[in-house]
Design a protein around this ligand. Structure first.
Ligand code: FE
Ligand code: FE
Ligand code: ZN
Length: 277
């Protein structure tokens, strides 16, 4: 069974997100834990969470993927921004303990001129301050396109972060197909080679989730502009190979393509029709 869903608006709560996933033919979803540009999260609604968990069970949904706000920068130069990142992550993770099986995905950060090495150290330091031995939620580092001073533009940079995290059993990776392509990994021409490299550098056992996106730009462009499935430079056949690859086919796939719900519904139907059961 293909586990697939799309990025959804969290404004109406968990139950509504679950219902929307089912309505568009999905079996999971991703959402922002708070306004993507940062700020405070809404008050936690345990009644909504409980209703969602029952709904999830009834409909056989796979647990959602929580996405941290993308302004959160664990390796910002300003100390107060790093404090904000640490507090946001700690608060998000405390909430997620109420949603079993959910994972927490975040952009490692942008080193803003301090250098990737310094960025890697600061990101690991943040994780070392926030992770708790008893937590259930896996924290995923997202593979980045290498736009600006983004850290996580190569598998080696992600590995360097993981190597510095004490409780690294809690760490996994979310591979974004647009981002790795833009970073220079040719998943259209040599998917096996890219996955071999991922396995050698990070280890495929860390790979937890996939962001399934086409890209507006050629491989290695470092742009990070998502495109609809089959309308970009990666192309439909390459993305069909991604969902069917033996090392990937059982992972959950999340669409972050420029679409409204009807567009997501069509993409989910298309990908289901090309999934080899
Ligand atoms: Fe992301
Ligand atoms: Fe992504
Ligand atoms: Zn992106």
């Amino acid at each position: 069974m293909l586990k697939i869903g799309c990025h959804e608006s969290s404004s109406k709560g968990f139950l509504k997100m679950g219902e929307t996933a089912v309505q568009i033919g999905g079996s999971t979803f991703q959402y922002f834990t708070r306004n993507p540009r940062g700020g405070k999260a809404k008050a936690w609604d345990q009644e909504d969470a409980d209703k969602f968990l029952r709904y999830q069970e009834e409909h056989g949904l796979y647990a959602p993927l929580a996405h941290a706000p993308y302004t959160m920068n664990a390796c910002a130069a300003k100390p107060e921004l790093r404090v904000f990142a640490r507090e946001t992550m700690a608060d998000d993770l405390a909430r997620l303990e109420h949603i079993p099986g959910a994972r927490y995905n975040f952009h490692p950060g942008s080193h803003v001129g301090q250098g990737a090495e310094k960025g890697i150290e600061m990101i690991a330091e943040t994780l070392n301050e926030v992770l708790k031995p008893e937590q259930h939620t896996k924290v995923l580092l997202e593979t980045m396109a290498g736009k600006g001073s983004e850290v996580g533009r190569s598998f080696e940079e992600l590995r360097a972060i993981i190597d510095r995290v004490e409780l690294s059993d809690h760490i996994g990776v979310c591979l974004d197909t647009c981002h790795v392509w833009d970073a220079g990994y040719d998943i259209a021409g040599n998917l096996d080679g890219v996955l071999d490299e991922f396995d050698r550098v990070i280890g495929l056992k860390r790979l937890n989730s996939i962001h399934l996106n086409d890209s507006m730009n050629p491989c290695g462009s470092h742009k990070d502009r998502h495109q609809k499935i089959g309308e970009g430079c990666i192309g439909l056949e390459a993305l069909v190979n991604v969902i069917n690859h033996p090392a990937l086919r059982d992972l959950p796939f999340y669409l972050e393509t420029p679409n409204e719900l009807d567009g997501y519904q069509s993409e989910i139907a298309l990908l289901r029709s090309r999934y080899e059961d």
